[in-house]
Design a protein around this ligand. Structure first.
Ligand code: ATP
Ligand code: MG
Length: 469
Protein backbone atom coordinates (compact mmCIF):
# COMPACT_ATOMS: atom_id res chain seq x y z
CA UNK A 1 0.00 0.00 0.00
CA UNK A 2 1.39 3.45 -0.82
CA UNK A 3 2.71 5.31 2.23
CA UNK A 4 0.30 8.17 1.48
CA UNK A 5 -2.69 5.84 1.94
CA UNK A 6 -1.30 4.48 5.18
CA UNK A 7 -1.02 8.04 6.51
CA UNK A 8 -4.70 8.64 5.67
CA UNK A 9 -5.58 5.54 7.70
CA UNK A 10 -3.34 6.62 10.58
CA UNK A 11 -4.97 10.01 10.75
CA UNK A 12 -8.42 8.42 10.96
CA UNK A 13 -7.24 5.90 13.58
CA UNK A 14 -5.53 8.70 15.52
CA UNK A 15 -8.86 10.48 15.86
CA UNK A 16 -10.66 7.46 17.20
CA UNK A 17 -12.27 6.19 13.99
CA UNK A 18 -12.32 2.71 12.51
CA UNK A 19 -10.72 2.79 9.07
CA UNK A 20 -9.91 0.19 6.42
CA UNK A 21 -8.79 -0.11 2.83
CA UNK A 22 -11.44 -2.06 0.94
CA UNK A 23 -12.69 -3.14 -2.45
CA UNK A 24 -10.92 -3.48 -5.77
CA UNK A 25 -7.70 -1.77 -4.72
CA UNK A 26 -7.11 -4.18 -1.84
CA UNK A 27 -8.03 -7.11 -4.08
CA UNK A 28 -5.56 -5.97 -6.73
CA UNK A 29 -2.81 -5.42 -4.17
CA UNK A 30 -3.33 -8.92 -2.75
CA UNK A 31 -3.02 -10.28 -6.28
CA UNK A 32 0.19 -8.33 -6.84
CA UNK A 33 -1.43 -6.04 -9.41
CA UNK A 34 -0.98 -2.28 -9.42
CA UNK A 35 -3.83 -0.55 -7.65
CA UNK A 36 -4.18 3.07 -8.68
CA UNK A 37 -6.78 4.78 -6.53
CA UNK A 38 -7.52 3.31 -3.14
CA UNK A 39 -10.92 3.06 -1.51
CA UNK A 40 -11.16 3.54 2.23
CA UNK A 41 -14.12 2.74 4.47
CA UNK A 42 -14.50 4.37 7.86
CA UNK A 43 -16.81 4.79 10.79
CA UNK A 44 -16.23 8.56 10.58
CA UNK A 45 -19.20 10.49 9.22
CA UNK A 46 -18.60 12.58 6.05
CA UNK A 47 -18.43 15.86 8.00
CA UNK A 48 -15.85 14.32 10.36
CA UNK A 49 -13.79 13.17 7.38
CA UNK A 50 -13.94 16.65 5.92
CA UNK A 51 -12.89 18.18 9.21
CA UNK A 52 -9.82 15.90 9.33
CA UNK A 53 -8.75 16.53 5.74
CA UNK A 54 -8.87 20.18 4.69
CA UNK A 55 -8.49 19.33 0.95
CA UNK A 56 -11.42 16.93 1.00
CA UNK A 57 -14.30 17.23 -1.48
CA UNK A 58 -17.64 15.81 -0.42
CA UNK A 59 -18.54 14.23 -3.74
CA UNK A 60 -22.08 13.01 -3.25
CA UNK A 61 -24.69 12.66 -0.62
CA UNK A 62 -23.99 8.95 -0.21
CA UNK A 63 -21.10 9.22 2.16
CA UNK A 64 -18.17 9.37 -0.24
CA UNK A 65 -15.53 12.04 0.30
CA UNK A 66 -12.67 12.51 -2.16
CA UNK A 67 -9.38 13.07 -0.37
CA UNK A 68 -5.93 13.62 -1.86
CA UNK A 69 -3.13 11.97 0.14
CA UNK A 70 0.04 13.92 0.95
CA UNK A 71 1.60 12.78 -2.34
CA UNK A 72 -1.29 14.32 -4.30
CA UNK A 73 -3.04 11.04 -5.26
CA UNK A 74 -6.83 11.05 -4.92
CA UNK A 75 -8.67 8.45 -2.89
CA UNK A 76 -12.26 7.91 -1.82
CA UNK A 77 -13.17 7.67 1.83
CA UNK A 78 -16.67 6.30 2.30
CA UNK A 79 -18.55 6.07 5.57
CA UNK A 80 -19.62 2.50 6.50
CA UNK A 81 -23.03 1.74 5.07
CA UNK A 82 -25.83 -0.48 6.26
CA UNK A 83 -28.74 -2.07 4.46
CA UNK A 84 -30.78 0.13 2.18
CA UNK A 85 -33.01 -0.03 -0.90
CA UNK A 86 -30.90 -1.39 -3.70
CA UNK A 87 -31.88 0.70 -6.70
CA UNK A 88 -28.29 1.44 -7.47
CA UNK A 89 -25.25 0.70 -5.35
CA UNK A 90 -23.56 4.00 -6.13
CA UNK A 91 -26.70 6.08 -5.76
CA UNK A 92 -29.08 4.22 -3.47
CA UNK A 93 -32.57 5.55 -2.73
CA UNK A 94 -31.62 5.92 0.88
CA UNK A 95 -28.33 5.49 2.71
CA UNK A 96 -27.90 4.46 6.25
CA UNK A 97 -24.53 4.98 7.74
CA UNK A 98 -23.30 2.08 9.83
CA UNK A 99 -20.71 1.31 12.46
CA UNK A 100 -19.46 -2.09 11.40
CA UNK A 101 -16.97 -3.03 8.72
CA UNK A 102 -18.47 -6.54 8.56
CA UNK A 103 -21.88 -5.15 7.64
CA UNK A 104 -20.30 -2.82 5.10
CA UNK A 105 -18.50 -5.75 3.49
CA UNK A 106 -21.72 -7.77 3.51
CA UNK A 107 -23.32 -5.33 1.05
CA UNK A 108 -20.52 -5.68 -1.49
CA UNK A 109 -20.88 -7.69 -4.67
CA UNK A 110 -18.24 -10.43 -4.83
CA UNK A 111 -16.22 -12.11 -2.11
CA UNK A 112 -12.96 -10.98 -3.71
CA UNK A 113 -14.22 -7.39 -3.40
CA UNK A 114 -15.41 -7.86 0.18
CA UNK A 115 -12.06 -7.87 1.97
CA UNK A 116 -10.78 -5.14 4.25
CA UNK A 117 -7.45 -4.32 5.86
CA UNK A 118 -7.26 -1.96 8.81
CA UNK A 119 -8.61 -1.77 12.34
CA UNK A 120 -11.39 -0.51 14.56
CA UNK A 121 -10.72 2.38 16.93
CA UNK A 122 -10.17 0.15 19.97
CA UNK A 123 -8.05 -2.53 18.29
CA UNK A 124 -4.28 -2.65 18.74
CA UNK A 125 -3.08 -3.36 15.20
CA UNK A 126 -4.38 -3.52 11.62
CA UNK A 127 -5.35 -6.90 10.18
CA UNK A 128 -7.13 -8.47 7.23
CA UNK A 129 -10.89 -8.99 7.51
CA UNK A 130 -12.27 -11.67 5.25
CA UNK A 131 -15.77 -12.70 6.38
CA UNK A 132 -16.75 -14.40 3.09
CA UNK A 133 -13.66 -16.35 2.04
CA UNK A 134 -12.49 -13.77 -0.49
CA UNK A 135 -8.83 -14.58 -0.06
CA UNK A 136 -9.43 -18.24 -0.93
CA UNK A 137 -11.40 -17.14 -3.99
CA UNK A 138 -8.55 -14.88 -5.10
CA UNK A 139 -6.22 -17.86 -4.83
CA UNK A 140 -8.68 -20.03 -6.78
CA UNK A 141 -9.30 -17.16 -9.21
CA UNK A 142 -13.03 -17.44 -8.68
CA UNK A 143 -15.88 -14.90 -8.63
CA UNK A 144 -18.63 -15.70 -6.16
CA UNK A 145 -21.31 -13.35 -4.86
CA UNK A 146 -21.43 -12.38 -1.21
CA UNK A 147 -24.54 -14.26 -0.14
CA UNK A 148 -27.18 -15.83 -2.33
CA UNK A 149 -26.49 -14.89 -5.97
CA UNK A 150 -30.11 -14.67 -7.17
CA UNK A 151 -30.97 -12.27 -4.36
CA UNK A 152 -27.89 -10.14 -4.94
CA UNK A 153 -28.56 -9.84 -8.69
CA UNK A 154 -32.20 -9.05 -7.95
CA UNK A 155 -31.06 -6.13 -5.76
CA UNK A 156 -28.82 -4.69 -8.45
CA UNK A 157 -28.65 -6.14 -11.96
CA UNK A 158 -25.42 -4.27 -12.66
CA UNK A 159 -23.60 -6.87 -10.57
CA UNK A 160 -24.11 -9.37 -13.43
CA UNK A 161 -22.31 -7.07 -15.84
CA UNK A 162 -19.65 -6.49 -13.21
CA UNK A 163 -19.18 -10.25 -12.98
CA UNK A 164 -18.44 -10.70 -16.66
CA UNK A 165 -16.31 -7.56 -16.68
CA UNK A 166 -14.28 -8.71 -13.66
CA UNK A 167 -13.91 -12.20 -15.16
CA UNK A 168 -12.23 -10.64 -18.18
CA UNK A 169 -10.24 -7.99 -16.31
CA UNK A 170 -8.90 -10.37 -13.66
CA UNK A 171 -8.88 -13.60 -15.66
CA UNK A 172 -11.19 -15.25 -13.08
CA UNK A 173 -13.89 -17.88 -13.56
CA UNK A 174 -17.43 -17.23 -12.45
CA UNK A 175 -18.35 -19.92 -9.94
CA UNK A 176 -21.15 -22.24 -11.26
CA UNK A 177 -23.96 -21.20 -8.88
CA UNK A 178 -23.21 -17.52 -9.56
CA UNK A 179 -23.16 -18.12 -13.33
CA UNK A 180 -26.39 -20.06 -13.12
CA UNK A 181 -28.04 -17.17 -11.29
CA UNK A 182 -26.84 -14.78 -14.03
CA UNK A 183 -28.52 -16.99 -16.65
CA UNK A 184 -31.79 -16.72 -14.77
CA UNK A 185 -31.61 -13.05 -13.85
CA UNK A 186 -30.08 -11.75 -17.12
CA UNK A 187 -33.36 -10.24 -18.42
CA UNK A 188 -33.37 -7.86 -15.43
CA UNK A 189 -30.42 -6.05 -17.04
CA UNK A 190 -32.77 -4.38 -19.57
CA UNK A 191 -33.67 -1.92 -16.82
CA UNK A 192 -30.12 -0.68 -16.27
CA UNK A 193 -29.33 2.91 -17.21
CA UNK A 194 -27.18 3.55 -20.26
CA UNK A 195 -24.53 5.28 -18.16
CA UNK A 196 -24.02 2.32 -15.84
CA UNK A 197 -23.87 -0.14 -18.77
CA UNK A 198 -21.38 2.12 -20.56
CA UNK A 199 -19.05 2.32 -17.57
CA UNK A 200 -18.84 -1.47 -17.27
CA UNK A 201 -18.61 -1.98 -21.04
CA UNK A 202 -15.62 0.37 -21.29
CA UNK A 203 -13.92 -1.38 -18.38
CA UNK A 204 -14.61 -4.72 -20.05
CA UNK A 205 -13.11 -3.51 -23.33
CA UNK A 206 -9.97 -2.39 -21.48
CA UNK A 207 -9.34 -5.98 -20.35
CA UNK A 208 -6.47 -7.82 -22.03
CA UNK A 209 -8.94 -10.21 -23.70
CA UNK A 210 -12.43 -8.69 -23.68
CA UNK A 211 -13.80 -11.80 -25.43
CA UNK A 212 -13.66 -13.64 -22.09
CA UNK A 213 -16.37 -11.35 -20.70
CA UNK A 214 -18.23 -10.84 -23.98
CA UNK A 215 -18.54 -14.58 -24.50
CA UNK A 216 -19.95 -14.99 -20.99
CA UNK A 217 -22.38 -12.14 -21.67
CA UNK A 218 -23.44 -13.76 -24.93
CA UNK A 219 -23.91 -17.24 -23.49
CA UNK A 220 -25.73 -16.12 -20.35
CA UNK A 221 -28.31 -13.88 -22.04
CA UNK A 222 -26.88 -10.63 -20.68
CA UNK A 223 -25.89 -9.48 -24.14
CA UNK A 224 -29.44 -9.90 -25.39
CA UNK A 225 -30.64 -7.68 -22.55
CA UNK A 226 -28.14 -4.84 -22.87
CA UNK A 227 -26.84 -4.93 -26.47
CA UNK A 228 -29.47 -6.82 -28.50
CA UNK A 229 -27.97 -5.54 -31.78
CA UNK A 230 -24.88 -7.61 -31.06
CA UNK A 231 -26.76 -10.60 -29.72
CA UNK A 232 -28.33 -10.75 -33.22
CA UNK A 233 -24.90 -11.74 -34.57
CA UNK A 234 -25.09 -15.08 -32.83
CA UNK A 235 -25.84 -17.84 -35.32
CA UNK A 236 -25.31 -15.66 -38.42
CA UNK A 237 -23.03 -17.71 -40.64
CA UNK A 238 -20.09 -16.45 -42.55
CA UNK A 239 -17.31 -18.20 -44.37
CA UNK A 240 -14.34 -16.89 -42.45
CA UNK A 241 -13.18 -19.26 -39.74
CA UNK A 242 -14.65 -22.73 -40.22
CA UNK A 243 -17.43 -23.54 -37.78
CA UNK A 244 -17.64 -20.01 -36.38
CA UNK A 245 -20.40 -17.47 -36.74
CA UNK A 246 -20.44 -13.69 -36.99
CA UNK A 247 -20.41 -13.25 -33.21
CA UNK A 248 -17.24 -15.37 -32.96
CA UNK A 249 -15.69 -13.15 -35.64
CA UNK A 250 -16.55 -10.09 -33.55
CA UNK A 251 -14.98 -11.64 -30.43
CA UNK A 252 -11.75 -12.43 -32.26
CA UNK A 253 -11.66 -8.95 -33.77
CA UNK A 254 -12.09 -7.22 -30.40
CA UNK A 255 -9.28 -9.25 -28.84
CA UNK A 256 -7.00 -8.43 -31.76
CA UNK A 257 -7.70 -4.66 -31.59
CA UNK A 258 -5.09 -2.62 -29.74
CA UNK A 259 -6.23 -0.98 -26.49
CA UNK A 260 -8.12 2.31 -26.79
CA UNK A 261 -11.80 3.01 -26.23
CA UNK A 262 -12.60 4.16 -29.78
CA UNK A 263 -10.81 1.35 -31.54
CA UNK A 264 -12.06 -1.40 -29.24
CA UNK A 265 -15.65 -0.11 -29.53
CA UNK A 266 -15.24 0.06 -33.29
CA UNK A 267 -13.95 -3.52 -33.33
CA UNK A 268 -16.97 -4.58 -31.26
CA UNK A 269 -19.40 -2.79 -33.56
CA UNK A 270 -17.73 -2.95 -36.97
CA UNK A 271 -20.12 -5.63 -38.27
CA UNK A 272 -23.18 -4.68 -36.22
CA UNK A 273 -24.92 -3.89 -39.52
CA UNK A 274 -24.54 -7.40 -40.89
CA UNK A 275 -27.53 -9.24 -39.40
CA UNK A 276 -30.03 -6.73 -40.80
CA UNK A 277 -28.41 -6.55 -44.24
CA UNK A 278 -27.82 -10.28 -44.74
CA UNK A 279 -29.19 -11.44 -48.10
CA UNK A 280 -27.97 -14.24 -50.41
CA UNK A 281 -24.73 -14.66 -48.47
CA UNK A 282 -23.90 -10.95 -48.78
CA UNK A 283 -24.16 -8.01 -46.43
CA UNK A 284 -24.67 -5.12 -48.82
CA UNK A 285 -24.17 -1.72 -47.23
CA UNK A 286 -23.46 -3.16 -43.80
CA UNK A 287 -20.78 -0.51 -43.22
CA UNK A 288 -23.16 2.44 -43.61
CA UNK A 289 -26.03 0.67 -41.84
CA UNK A 290 -23.60 -0.42 -39.11
CA UNK A 291 -22.29 3.12 -38.59
CA UNK A 292 -25.83 4.38 -38.03
CA UNK A 293 -26.59 1.49 -35.66
CA UNK A 294 -23.34 2.02 -33.76
CA UNK A 295 -24.19 5.67 -33.33
CA UNK A 296 -27.69 4.93 -32.02
CA UNK A 297 -26.36 2.25 -29.67
CA UNK A 298 -23.62 4.45 -28.22
CA UNK A 299 -26.04 7.36 -27.79
CA UNK A 300 -28.28 5.08 -25.79
CA UNK A 301 -25.28 4.49 -23.51
CA UNK A 302 -24.74 8.28 -23.23
CA UNK A 303 -21.11 8.08 -24.25
CA UNK A 304 -19.42 11.38 -25.09
CA UNK A 305 -20.15 12.77 -28.53
CA UNK A 306 -16.52 12.79 -29.81
CA UNK A 307 -16.15 9.11 -28.92
CA UNK A 308 -19.43 8.24 -30.66
CA UNK A 309 -18.36 10.14 -33.79
CA UNK A 310 -14.95 8.48 -33.85
CA UNK A 311 -16.46 4.99 -33.57
CA UNK A 312 -19.18 5.61 -36.19
CA UNK A 313 -16.55 7.03 -38.56
CA UNK A 314 -14.35 3.93 -38.21
CA UNK A 315 -17.29 1.57 -38.68
CA UNK A 316 -18.43 3.49 -41.78
CA UNK A 317 -15.00 3.31 -43.44
CA UNK A 318 -13.82 -0.13 -42.36
CA UNK A 319 -14.49 -1.73 -45.76
CA UNK A 320 -11.94 0.34 -47.74
CA UNK A 321 -10.01 -1.66 -50.32
CA UNK A 322 -6.37 -0.91 -51.05
CA UNK A 323 -4.74 -1.81 -54.35
CA UNK A 324 -1.07 -1.77 -55.12
CA UNK A 325 -1.90 0.32 -58.20
CA UNK A 326 -3.06 3.28 -56.08
CA UNK A 327 -1.24 6.45 -57.14
CA UNK A 328 0.28 8.68 -54.48
CA UNK A 329 -2.63 10.99 -55.15
CA UNK A 330 -5.00 8.13 -54.30
CA UNK A 331 -3.19 7.60 -51.00
CA UNK A 332 -3.55 11.33 -50.27
CA UNK A 333 -7.26 11.17 -51.14
CA UNK A 334 -7.60 8.22 -48.73
CA UNK A 335 -5.88 10.18 -45.94
CA UNK A 336 -8.04 13.22 -46.70
CA UNK A 337 -11.21 11.14 -46.53
CA UNK A 338 -10.35 9.27 -43.33
CA UNK A 339 -8.64 12.21 -41.64
CA UNK A 340 -4.98 12.25 -40.59
CA UNK A 341 -5.85 11.68 -36.92
CA UNK A 342 -7.99 8.59 -37.58
CA UNK A 343 -6.09 6.87 -40.34
CA UNK A 344 -3.91 4.77 -38.03
CA UNK A 345 -6.93 3.66 -36.01
CA UNK A 346 -8.66 2.64 -39.22
CA UNK A 347 -5.65 0.58 -40.30
CA UNK A 348 -5.46 -1.00 -36.84
CA UNK A 349 -9.16 -1.83 -36.98
CA UNK A 350 -8.70 -3.48 -40.34
CA UNK A 351 -5.73 -5.50 -39.06
CA UNK A 352 -7.89 -6.69 -36.17
CA UNK A 353 -10.68 -7.50 -38.64
CA UNK A 354 -8.17 -9.56 -40.64
CA UNK A 355 -7.09 -11.49 -37.56
CA UNK A 356 -10.75 -11.95 -36.66
CA UNK A 357 -11.24 -13.50 -40.10
CA UNK A 358 -8.40 -15.96 -39.62
CA UNK A 359 -6.08 -13.99 -41.94
CA UNK A 360 -2.62 -12.55 -41.32
CA UNK A 361 -2.93 -9.02 -39.85
CA UNK A 362 -1.56 -7.31 -42.94
CA UNK A 363 -3.64 -9.20 -45.49
CA UNK A 364 -4.62 -6.88 -48.32
CA UNK A 365 -1.15 -5.26 -48.18
CA UNK A 366 -2.03 -3.14 -45.17
CA UNK A 367 1.63 -2.82 -44.23
CA UNK A 368 2.36 -1.34 -47.64
CA UNK A 369 -0.56 1.07 -47.32
CA UNK A 370 0.57 2.04 -43.80
CA UNK A 371 4.02 2.85 -45.09
CA UNK A 372 2.63 4.98 -47.91
CA UNK A 373 0.28 6.75 -45.51
CA UNK A 374 3.21 7.54 -43.21
CA UNK A 375 5.15 8.95 -46.11
CA UNK A 376 2.20 11.15 -47.14
CA UNK A 377 1.84 12.37 -43.56
CA UNK A 378 5.41 13.66 -43.52
CA UNK A 379 4.69 15.94 -46.50
CA UNK A 380 3.12 19.35 -46.06
CA UNK A 381 -0.47 18.29 -46.56
CA UNK A 382 -3.55 19.97 -47.86
CA UNK A 383 -6.52 17.89 -46.80
CA UNK A 384 -9.12 20.62 -46.54
CA UNK A 385 -9.60 24.30 -47.37
CA UNK A 386 -7.85 25.53 -44.22
CA UNK A 387 -4.43 24.53 -45.53
CA UNK A 388 -5.01 26.01 -48.98
CA UNK A 389 -2.65 28.86 -49.91
CA UNK A 390 -5.65 31.06 -50.83
CA UNK A 391 -8.94 31.71 -49.11
CA UNK A 392 -12.34 32.97 -50.23
CA UNK A 393 -11.36 36.58 -49.59
CA UNK A 394 -8.36 36.24 -51.95
CA UNK A 395 -10.58 34.78 -54.67
CA UNK A 396 -13.02 37.66 -54.31
CA UNK A 397 -10.34 40.35 -54.24
CA UNK A 398 -8.11 38.96 -56.93
CA UNK A 399 -9.97 36.49 -59.11
CA UNK A 400 -13.29 38.23 -59.62
CA UNK A 401 -15.54 35.94 -57.54
CA UNK A 402 -18.63 37.01 -55.64
CA UNK A 403 -19.60 35.42 -52.34
CA UNK A 404 -21.83 32.38 -52.75
CA UNK A 405 -22.23 28.90 -54.15
CA UNK A 406 -19.82 29.23 -57.07
CA UNK A 407 -17.04 30.42 -54.83
CA UNK A 408 -17.56 27.47 -52.43
CA UNK A 409 -17.46 24.96 -55.28
CA UNK A 410 -14.32 26.43 -56.76
CA UNK A 411 -12.56 26.26 -53.41
CA UNK A 412 -13.56 22.57 -53.08
CA UNK A 413 -12.22 21.97 -56.57
CA UNK A 414 -8.93 23.70 -55.72
CA UNK A 415 -8.57 21.45 -52.66
CA UNK A 416 -9.07 18.40 -54.87
CA UNK A 417 -6.46 19.67 -57.30
CA UNK A 418 -3.94 20.24 -54.52
CA UNK A 419 -4.59 16.83 -52.92
CA UNK A 420 -3.91 15.47 -56.39
CA UNK A 421 -0.77 17.57 -56.88
CA UNK A 422 0.58 19.34 -53.76
CA UNK A 423 2.98 21.46 -55.82
CA UNK A 424 -0.01 23.55 -56.96
CA UNK A 425 -0.47 24.95 -53.47
CA UNK A 426 0.98 28.39 -53.95
CA UNK A 427 -0.88 31.61 -54.09
CA UNK A 428 -0.07 32.72 -57.62
CA UNK A 429 -0.77 29.29 -59.09
CA UNK A 430 -4.09 28.92 -57.29
CA UNK A 431 -5.24 32.42 -58.27
CA UNK A 432 -4.39 31.64 -61.87
CA UNK A 433 -6.32 28.36 -61.69
CA UNK A 434 -9.27 30.08 -60.03
CA UNK A 435 -9.42 32.80 -62.70
CA UNK A 436 -9.36 30.15 -65.40
CA UNK A 437 -12.20 28.25 -63.71
CA UNK A 438 -14.50 31.20 -63.16
CA UNK A 439 -16.34 31.53 -66.47
CA UNK A 440 -17.05 27.83 -66.65
CA UNK A 441 -18.06 27.53 -63.01
CA UNK A 442 -20.53 30.41 -63.35
CA UNK A 443 -22.04 28.96 -66.51
CA UNK A 444 -22.47 25.50 -64.94
CA UNK A 445 -24.05 27.08 -61.88
CA UNK A 446 -26.42 29.20 -63.96
CA UNK A 447 -27.52 26.17 -65.96
CA UNK A 448 -28.01 24.08 -62.89
CA UNK A 449 -30.09 26.67 -61.08
CA UNK A 450 -31.93 28.41 -63.91
CA UNK A 451 -35.58 27.65 -63.44
CA UNK A 452 -37.14 26.32 -66.60
CA UNK A 453 -39.88 28.55 -68.07
CA UNK A 454 -42.67 26.22 -66.96
CA UNK A 455 -41.45 26.49 -63.37
CA UNK A 456 -41.92 30.24 -63.20
CA UNK A 457 -44.83 31.34 -61.07
CA UNK A 458 -47.53 32.66 -63.40
CA UNK A 459 -48.43 35.48 -61.06
CA UNK A 460 -45.88 37.57 -59.27
CA UNK A 461 -45.81 37.23 -55.52
CA UNK A 462 -48.21 39.48 -53.72
CA UNK A 463 -46.64 42.59 -52.36
CA UNK A 464 -45.84 42.54 -48.69
CA UNK A 465 -48.59 44.90 -47.66
CA UNK A 466 -51.09 42.10 -48.33
CA UNK A 467 -49.36 39.86 -45.86
CA UNK A 468 -51.25 39.15 -42.68
CA UNK A 469 -49.93 41.35 -39.91
P1 ATP B 1 -11.81 -1.81 -10.46
O1 ATP B 1 -10.55 -2.40 -9.95
O2 ATP B 1 -12.00 -2.05 -11.92
O3 ATP B 1 -12.05 -0.39 -10.04
P2 ATP B 1 -13.63 -2.43 -8.40
O4 ATP B 1 -14.00 -3.76 -7.84
O5 ATP B 1 -12.78 -1.53 -7.58
O6 ATP B 1 -12.96 -2.69 -9.80
P3 ATP B 1 -15.45 -0.25 -8.35
O7 ATP B 1 -16.58 0.08 -9.28
O8 ATP B 1 -14.31 0.68 -8.26
O9 ATP B 1 -14.95 -1.69 -8.78
O10 ATP B 1 -16.12 -0.48 -6.93
C1 ATP B 1 -15.38 -0.49 -5.72
C2 ATP B 1 -15.96 -1.52 -4.77
O11 ATP B 1 -17.32 -1.19 -4.46
C3 ATP B 1 -16.02 -2.92 -5.32
O12 ATP B 1 -14.81 -3.62 -5.12
C4 ATP B 1 -17.14 -3.53 -4.50
O13 ATP B 1 -16.71 -3.88 -3.22
C5 ATP B 1 -18.11 -2.38 -4.35
N1 ATP B 1 -19.14 -2.31 -5.40
C6 ATP B 1 -19.09 -1.60 -6.55
N2 ATP B 1 -20.23 -1.74 -7.25
C7 ATP B 1 -21.03 -2.55 -6.53
C8 ATP B 1 -22.35 -3.06 -6.71
N3 ATP B 1 -23.07 -2.75 -7.81
N4 ATP B 1 -22.87 -3.84 -5.74
C9 ATP B 1 -22.15 -4.14 -4.63
N5 ATP B 1 -20.90 -3.71 -4.42
C10 ATP B 1 -20.34 -2.92 -5.34
MG1 MG C 1 -12.19 0.53 -8.05
Amino acid sequence: MPAGVLRLLERLWGHGHAAYVVGGSLRDALMGRDAADWDLATSARPDQVQALFPDARYENRFGTVGVPDDTGCDHEITTFRDEHDYADFRRPHRVEFGNSIERDLGRRDFTVNALAWGRDADEPGPHLIDPFGGLGDIVERRLRTVGEPAARFGEDALRMLRAVRLAAALGFDIEPATLDAIRHAAPLAVHLSGERIAAELLRLLRAPRPSVGLRLAGDSGLLRAVLPELAAQRGIGQNKVAGEDLWHHTLRTVDAAPPGDAIRLAALLHDVGKPSTAADGHFHGHDAVGAAMAEALLRRLHLPRPLIDAVAHLVRLHMFGYERSWSDAAVRRFVAKVGPDDVHDLLALRRADNVGSGLPPNAGRLDELAERVDRVLTEPLVLDRHALAVNGRDLMDEAGYRPGRVLGRVIDRLVERVVEDPSLNDRATLLRLARAMRANAERVDAERHASRPGDRPAIARRPDRDAVT
